[in-house]
Each structure stands twice: as C-alpha cells, then as structure tokens.
Design a protein around this ligand. Structure first.
Ligand code: ADP
Ligand code: MG
Ligand code: MG
Length: 249
C-alpha cells in the first residue's frame, strides 16, 4: 500500500530524514518508535504533505501513485490521513461542520453526492458513542479549550468518520490517563480492517499493549535502524534506545 524508499528530507536547511525506507501492506498496523527528535513526526508530516518539508531525494508511493506529486488535499482524498491535519485550534468553526465538510469533500472527490443530514447525524452519533464523547462536543469550536484527552478522542472520531485507507496517528497516547487511553485504543482497534493500514507514532510501549502492532520500527537519527514485531517494543521499553543506537552504529 505504502512504500517509502531512501527518503531524505530537510527542514529549514537541516537534513532530518536521512535515507528512510518503509513498506506498509494493507491490513497492517505499524508502530514507529524512537527517541525525541529522531524524525518520527517529520515522516508522517511528509507523507501527509504538510508544508515546510523539503524532500531532497527518495520516493513515496501509495497504491502505486507518486505521493510527492500530489497536493495535500489530493492525498487526503486518496485516503492518506494524518490525525488533525488542520491547525490545533480553529476558533469559531464548530467541530460538526468541519467533520461534515471533510466527509463531503471526500464524497465529492469520489463523485458521490453530499451526505444527507439524517444519515450524517446517525453516523456521527454512533461514532461519538463509541468514543464515549458527549454530543455537546460537536457544537464546540474545533479543539478550542479541549483537554489533551478530548483532542485525542476527536482525532480518532475524525478517523472513524472519514475511514481513511492509511490512518496516521502521531502520539495519540500522549497525555492520556489510562481510561482515556483505552477508549482511544478501542477506537484505533475498530479502524483495523483488511483494506486499511494504520501507522502509529508513539514514544511508549503502553499503547502497544492495547493496539498490538504487526510491525514495530525504531527510528533513530532519520533512519529506521531496526524493525521487528510487537516484541521489539517490549524490548525497547526494557532497554531504551541506546542499545539500539549502538547496534545500528
Ligand atoms: P520526533 O517526532 O521524532 O520527536 P520530529 O520529526 O518532530 O522528531 O523532529 C525531528 C527534528 O527536526 C528535530 O531536531 C526538530 O527540532 C526538527 N524540526 C522538526 N520540525 C521543524 C521545524 N518546523 N523547524 C525546524 N526544525 C524542525
Ligand atoms: Mg517532535
Ligand atoms: Mg514527534
């Protein structure tokens, strides 16, 4: 589904990704782990098409298409979605309008008509219930005054509504208490499907007890230096990244 080959990326003139390779098949859940500043967020941002990243060499293909040739909207419509691709807070724009607009943009790109209001309400209520979110949440401005946990739930809610082919979640577990993390993890698990892949960036192994990945990759200094199964995350938790970095060197 996704193939990243020898990717080199600069941010403000500094090389951050230094020859990164990653292949993800449909149906798989991959976790990217690694120390602070390794380039984890940069990787998902570049795949999603965020501004400010200069790809100096390498390729990214998604279902055979050259991702680097696609605009950010085209990527989203092709089914590549990074949680909260829009600004952290959008004052005055209600959550429900943004969700509906995003869903309708996707439908339009597929040549489908706008979702009828009752159908949308049914869909959103079902997903809200699943995420244990109150309906009042929809009337609030996007992320305005949301707690850390609410932002994360909202991010998963967006994924549940939009059903991307490749869902990218960056630190979805950060700042969550254990109950909120379970809800978020249940949301991620419900996204698992044969036709969908999930890429999770996480610092901690804890999330991976709830969302068991098929593959774990360790990103250090702009490259994936080690890959393995869920067991690798447990090993990292016990040993830290230093042993890994030594092995890589
Ligand atoms: P991680 O998510 O693994 O912690 P990031 O991808 O966020 O790492 O960042 C990798 C490196 O790139 C860091 O050294 C960071 O300071 C730098 N970086 C990321 N984004 C920017 C930016 N917009 N401007 C300048 N430096 C950046
Ligand atoms: Mg960072
Ligand atoms: Mg990061």
């Amino acid at each position: 589904m996704l193939e990243v080959k020898d990717l080199h990326v600069k941010v403000e003139g500094t090389e951050i990704l230094k020859g990164l390779n990653l292949t993800i098949q449909a149906g798989e859940v991959h976790a990217i782990m690694g120390p602070n500043g390794a380039g984890k967020s940069t990787l998902s941002a570049v795949i999603a098409g965020k501004d400010g990243y200069e790809v100096t060499s390498g390729t990214i293909t998604f279902e055979g298409q050259d991702v680097l040739e696609m605009e950010i909207e085209e990527r989203a419509q092709a089914g590549l979605l990074l949680g909260f691709q829009y600004p952290v807070e959008i004052p005055g724009v209600k959550n429900i309008y943004l969700l509906k607009a995003a869903l309708n943009a996707q439908r339009e790109a597929r040549g489908e008509s706008e979702i009828p209001a009752p159908e949308f309400m049914k869909l959103i209520k079902e997903k809200l219930a699943f995420m244990k979110m109150d309906a009042s949440f929809l009337q609030r401005a996007v992320n305005e005054g949301f707690s850390g946990g609410e932002k994360k739930r909202n991010e998963i809610l967006q994924m549940l509504v939009l059903q991307p082919k490749l869902a990218m979640l960056d630190e979805i577990d950060s700042g969550l208490d254990i109950d909120a993390m379970r809800v978020v993890a249940d949301g991620v698990n419900s996204l698992r499907a044969n036709e969908r892949a999930i890429l999770m960036v996480t610092h901690y192994q804890r999330l991976l007890d709830y969302v068991v990945p098929d593959k774990v990759h360790v990103l250090v200094d702009g490259r994936i230096v080690k890959s393995g199964d869920a067991q690798l995350a447990k090993q990292l938790e016990a040993q830290g990244y230093e042993g890994i970095e030594e092995t890589a060197a």
